[in-house]
Design a binder for this molecule. Structure first.
Ligand SMILES: *Cc1c(COP(=O)(O)O)cnc(C)c1O
Length: 486
């Protein structure tokens, strides 16, 4: 036994005073095991009404302590009914936030270590593993070799960091001190994610200075309209400084044409940030690498392993061409954080907004090592194939029509049964409500070309053919119930 382990063994009760970890922990593991066993039979979307859970919790009966068994019983009886099950194989809503056994195990350890990884000194391994994992992934994603990466909590935070850095660069690092000059302009397409609008507001640019550029038929930003919008603003005395391109829009997973957008950005010296929150994972598949064409001309890039890379929420990777600009934007140096290693290591608190940081790289490392690239790729390809097959089968149902995709593991559909598109909107909405109330699956909706459509994503880690078949049966059953009513 290594020395450190024997110290741990003999000092167990010093490390965890009062509580017997090894005696208790199996209860939690058993609870989780039982949850996974029941998961497929639970209603995917929680059916509870507002306030129901809070009422069921009642009043705190006492000031505790309650036994772990009592608490776990309440988790089963009160909390679980109010959960929407994101790891259910028939979770098809929004984008997935999938997970894996590997990720879960790492989260146990992360919580056990309970480290606060704000600077290198507060946990050198956390800083160095983060640097290592992000470097290691670069060639697999097609990220230029000289870029550097950092883990953020969410894509919203990474994009805010991008806009703030772009703002500082454009104002010669004066805005942090002097405030933001009026008339600075950011551009995205009409399909950009709502987090962009939020970030532009928070960054003091003013939401009305986010310009929504029109899209082409495929839903990707029209670079010609971008160029016109930028030039018109320059002529009006405004200050264009940043463009947000989306690789995989939230509505319909459209891909903005990066090479053409990058040309406009180069011409007018604009920061190009690429939001690939969802579709970025697919860059691991060589057959989708074309999506990153032109990325080498951008300044920054974000994608979420917590969506479609088996790493449980939260883990968002933010890569930048110039880490110095990022650090200069966020660096603040109180004396108590001025360490002797400063400058020779990465102090990631200077790479984003919060000071405190979780040890997030550990779960990504577990996933990449424990699953391996081949398994990761094969699961993603299975998702893409299942979505493609299901889309085809839905399209073959009389009165239903796939109106977007399938692309990657996404498609959208609606009914075309009526001559009136308004009626079709109502019927599609009713179909979705029935499906979600059935408990069999959970899907969400959006507006596509003004019309109400059901968005459908097949992305839970362990989803198989039998689950998409179950979804198809439910769709057919609910649809035939609606048809007898019309
Ligand atoms: C999901 C998503 C986001 C937001 O991601 P968070 O990590 O939840 O902030 C931003 N952009 C796109 C394109 C997305 O799909």
């Amino acid at each position: 036994m290594p020395l450190w382990l024997s110290i741990l063994a003999t000092n167990q009760h010093v490390m965890i005073p009062r509580k017997d970890f090894s005696k208790e922990c199996h209860k939690v593991i058993e609870w989780i095991d039982e949850y996974f066993r029941q998961l497929e039979d639970l209603p995917v979307k929680s059916p509870v009404r507002p306030g129901e859970i809070k009422n069921a919790l009642g009043h705190m009966e006492s000031d505790g302590p309650d036994s772990l068994s009592e608490i776990l019983k309440d988790v089963s009886d009160i909390i679980l009914p109010g959960m929407t099950h994101w790891q259910h194989p028939n979770f098809h809503a929004y984008f997935p936030a999938n997970s894996s056994m590997e990720s879960l195990f790492a989260e146990f350890i992360t919580a056990a270590l309970g480290a606060q990884c704000m600077i290198w000194e507060t946990s050198p391994s956390a800083a160095e593993l983060e640097e290592y994992v992000l470097d290691w992934l670069k060639p697999h994603l097609g990220i230029p070799e000289d870029w550097e990466g950092v883990i953020q909590d969410t894509a919203s935070t990474a994009t805010l960091a991008a806009i703030l850095t772009a703002r500082e660069v454009a104002t010669d690092f004066q805005s942090n001190h002097e405030g933001v000059p009026a008339g600075m302009r950011v551009y995205g397409s009409t399909e950009t994610h709502s987090s962009i609008e939020k970030a532009v507001g928070v960054a003091g640019i003013g939401r009305r200075n986010l310009v929504a550029v029109g899209v082409r038929e495929d839903g990707g930003m029209d670079p010609e309209s971008l160029r016109e919008a930028v030039e018109k603003d320059i002529q009006s005395g405004l200050r264009p400084f940043c463009v947000i391109a989306t690789m995989g829009t939230t509505g319909t997973v459209a891909i903005d044409p990066l090479p053409k957008i990058a040309e406009v950005c180069e011409l007018h010296k604009l920061w190009l940030h690429v939001d690939a929150a969802y579709a970025g994972s697919a860059l691991l598949l060589p057959e989708y690498r074309w999506m990153a064409e032109g990325l080498e001309k951008a300044q920054s890039f974000v994608f979420n392993p917590h969506k479609w890379l088996f790493t449980n929420f939260d883990c968002s990777l933010y890569y930048v061409r110039n880490a110095d600009a990022l650090i200069r934007t966020f660096e603040i140096l109180p004396e108590y954080l001025n360490t002797s290693t400063r400058g020779s290591v990465n102090d990631y608190r200077d790479w984003g907004i919060p000071l405190g940081r979780r040890f997030r790289s550990l779960k990504l490392w577990f996933v990449l090592r424990g699953m391996g690239m081949e398994e990761i790729r094969s699961i993603m390809r299975r998702h893409i194939e299942l979505a493609g097959d299901l889309a085809e089968q839905i399209d073959a149902v009389e009165g239903l029509k796939v109106v977007s995709g399938p692309f990657l593991n996404f498609f959208a559909f609606r009914t075309d049964i009526s001559e009136s598109e308004e009626t079709n909107d109502v019927l599609t909405k009713s179909l979705l409500e029935r499906l979600n109330a059935s408990g069999v699956l959970f899907a969400s909706h959006t507006r596509h070309l003004e019309r109400y459509v059901i968005r459908f994503v097949v992305g839970q880690t362990y989803v198989e053919k039998k689950h998409t078949e179950r979804a198809l049966s439910a769709i057919k059953a609910e649809w035939s119930r609606i048809r007898v009513l019309i």
